[in-house]
Ligand binder design. Structure first.
Ligand code: GAL
Length: 695
């Protein structure tokens, strides 16, 4: 077997998704670029309005309708009695209007009859009180009765719609989030999970460091789900809590696979199966799911604040789509936005109006990053219920498009124009491929680092994402990859705060460098083994040979004071994290601390190994200025030209189209080559502006 085949084979073993990347083309023909859809809840409206509403959806240029997500009460109004007639009618009206249908499994909203008769189908909170009827997302995935009902309705839906040519796919559940469930069924499932993992109780005791505070167990039966409500934070066992996260994520993924299996038995291979993870998904791990065709996500960039200047609160956070689009793409080869925020929401810190153009800009962002679908939550603003204040693409009168609705109409028209210009077989232009960058990231490290941050200002989620922003500011295509990914595709690889590692992984990183890769590793990497224990040795012991330095200590400074790092003649303020390094012979010192009692101690080092280089950045500087310069140097070393986009301006290439968007609060003048042909927008990108060109 040659190396490529081995890698492909490993990829298939690692995730069921990858094997399908070719098949996915049949769901999303490349010439269609991106397809848009809209959530419609016919159960909220009088039947007499369905025809009018669905015709309007078609007139607005949408191509599919998302149905039945929270409609369990209509699909199974009484236990075991199904009613699909109303949905048949809606699906029929969609077909008449040339609209495809994306159906959902309704597992997120259990009907009242279920809670009345089977209260055990709800999760239990940390105070051992059960959830109850009245909201969504409280089904206990560990509960056999709940799973029985889910499997039954999913199977019934699959049998009924699985061969319908107008149904293109299925969304499972809603925003899977691996909630902690303390119910008896979950306790049992957790114990079984631990038993499968550790085999013997002594192995668990060792992994959990159970000698500490007499936590030792004599048998698996004594283990209970670690419950911070009762033992309080000082009883926190980080290793047990890490396993709880892992178990909950596994259980969540298994629940999705369970639904997917029930569907697959009865649906056509031409219908896809996906779900709608949240863009920032701190608990559910999409990489664990094996039976879905791809992972989609929900994007609400504006929760009342933004990150780029005075208009930021109208434009939203530019990092939301930046990160999510790459992360979810890395799971299944393709991705897309299942819910694009259509306007102000009911849950934002303040629901300010969006700057005109913002929804369209988000749509272009998703398109530019390779998105295959961009659906929006929801068509009509609902007149009642918990989300009555949530924006929609149609206002409360049921007929007038909102600002977001108008922007969808425009986007839908423009995409149809771009489809005319699509040329098959294009590939990433050489000058972009030359700066192709990967960020190695996984949820487990987020879980561990966020539990023991050591500094309240350590931003566990955004620290890695900031490196993405930096790379994007250089116009580099950035992938978010799993540690098993083949790194040789990337000129530059960044490993930000990858807290848990093992010698085999570090060997893989070393080989990447030896073979010519440029690796950037940051503070808080490999400081723990996979159980979250420190090494019996110096800090990050297995890493020191690779980086050519030793971490002797780590410091941080109070918020209103700064430390000073010196690199060449340049000063960089910092105060969040600083590793103090002792340097081996042959390692180059790039930056040192210029004050504090350890003045002169090294903060950043670099060395050559084989054909490549490794840089270790031990400090987090204000605005990550030093980190940015280091990354730029790496691009120069690989011979890549770089752009210098201001914060919030991103430029992408996809399928032969260059797309630039502007989340900043200032106009930005895009410099285009002489052969550029502008297709949409103009060179001056206003805030929320979009520019599409080809060369
Ligand atoms: C999403 C959810 C939708 C809707 C929306 C409101 O997180 O999936 O069903 O509640 O939020 O912004």
């Amino acid at each position: 077997m040659n190396k490529r085949i081995v890698i492909a084979f490993l990829a298939i073993l690692i995730t069921g998704f990858k094997a399908k990347s070719q098949e996915i083309k049949k769901f999303f023909p490349e010439k269609d670029l991106i397809t848009t859809g809209i959530y419609y809840y016919p159960e909220h409206w009088d039947e007499s309005q369905w025809e009018r509403d669905i015709k309007k959806i078609a007139d607005m240029g949408y191509e599919f309708v998302h149905l039945a997500e929270f409609a369990w009460f209509r699909l199974e109004p009484e236990e075991g009695k199904f009613d699909f007639k109303w949905l048949d009618k809606v699906v029929g009206i969609c077909e008449k209007n040339n609209l495809k249908v994306l159906l959902c499994t309704p597992s997120a909203t259990m009907p009242a009859w279920m809670g009345e008769k089977y209260p055990e189908t709800y999760i239990m909170y940390g105070n051992y009180i059960r959830g109850e009827h009245g909201t969504r997302g409280l089904g206990s995935n560990a509960n056999a009765k709940y799973k029985f009902f889910v499997e039954r309705i999913v199977t019934a839906l699959a049998k009924h719609y699985g061969q319908n040519k107008n149904v293109v796919g299925w969304q499972l559940d809603n925003e899977p989030d691996a909630k902690t469930d303390y119910s008896p069924a979950a306790q049992q499932a957790f114990r079984q999970w631990l038993q499968r993992k550790y085999k013997t109780i002594e192995t668990l005791n060792a992994a959990w460091g159970a000698a500490f505070w007499s936590q030792r167990y004599n048998s698996f039966n004594q283990v209970i789900i670690p419950n911070l409500t009762l033992v309080n934070w000082w009883g926190n066992n980080p290793h047990a809590l890490l396993d709880l996260k892992r178990y909950s994520a596994d259980e969540q993924a298994a629940f999705l696979d369970f639904q997917a299996t029930a569907l697959r038995k009865n649906i056509s291979p031409n219908q896809y199966i996906t779900t709608n993870y949240t863009a920032i998904s701190p608990a559910a791990n999409p990489r664990l799911t094996k039976k879905l065709d791809f992972a989609a996500y929900t994007a609400y960039p504006n929760g009342g604040a933004g990150n780029n200047g005075s208009l930021g609160f109208r434009l939203g956070d530019s990092k939301t789509l930046l990160f999510a689009s790459e992360y979810y793409k890395s799971v299944g080869g393709v991705s897309g936005v299942m819910e694009m925020q259509p306007g102000p929401t009911n849950w934002a810190t303040q629901a300010s109006l969006l700057l005109p153009g913002t929804v369209r800009m988000w749509l272009y962002h998703s398109f530019a990053a390779g998105g295959k679908l961009a659906c929006s939550y929801r068509f009509r603003q609902v007149l009642y219920g918990a989300e009555q204040y949530h924006g929609a693409v149609i206002k409360t009168d049921g007929i007038t498009p909102s600002q977001g609705g108008e922007e969808y109409i425009q986007f839908n028209k423009e995409i149809k124009q771009l489809r005319q210009l699509y040329k098959p077989g294009t590939s990433l232009p050489q000058q972009l491929a030359a700066r192709k960058t990967a960020i190695v990231w996984n949820l487990e490290n987020y879980w561990t680092i966020d539990r023991q941050k050591q500094n309240v200002r350590w931003d566990s989620w955004n620290y890695p994402v900031k490196f993405m922003e930096i790379a994007a500011s250089f116009g580099a295509p950035v992938d978010v990859v799993d540690e098993n990914a083949n790194l040789s595709d990337y000129k530059v690889v960044i490993i930000p705060a990858y807290e848990m590692a093992d010698p085999a992984l570090i060997k893989k990183w070393t080989q990447y460098v030896e073979q010519g890769g440029h690796l950037i590793i940051t503070c808080r990497t490999a400081t723990m083994d996979r159980n979250g224990h420190f090494w019996e040795g110096e800090t990050a012991a297995p890493l020191s040979a690779l980086i050519g330095a030793h971490i002797t200590n780590s410091d941080m400074i109070i918020p209103y004071s700064k430390g000073d790092v010196l690199s060449g003649q340049n000063h960089y303020p910092w105060n969040i994290w600083g590793d103090l390094l002792k340097v081996d012979d042959g390692t180059t010192i790039l930056a040192s601390y210029n004050d504090q009692f350890y003045k002169g101690t090294t903060a950043v080092v670099k060395r050559n190994i084989g054909k490549g280089t490794v840089t270790y950045i031990g400090v987090v500087t204000d605005d990550m200025k030093l980190e940015k310069e280091i990354l730029e140097t790496n691009y120069k070393e690989v011979g890549a030209e770089v752009a210098h986009y201001p914060a919030g301006v991103y430029a992408y290439w996809r399928d032969g189209f260059y797309v630039a968007i502007n989340y900043s609060s200032e106009n930005y003048e895009m410099k285009l080559p002489a052969n550029a042909k502008i297709l949409i927008g103009n060179k001056t990108l206003e805030p929320a502006g979009v520019l599409v060109w080809n060369e």
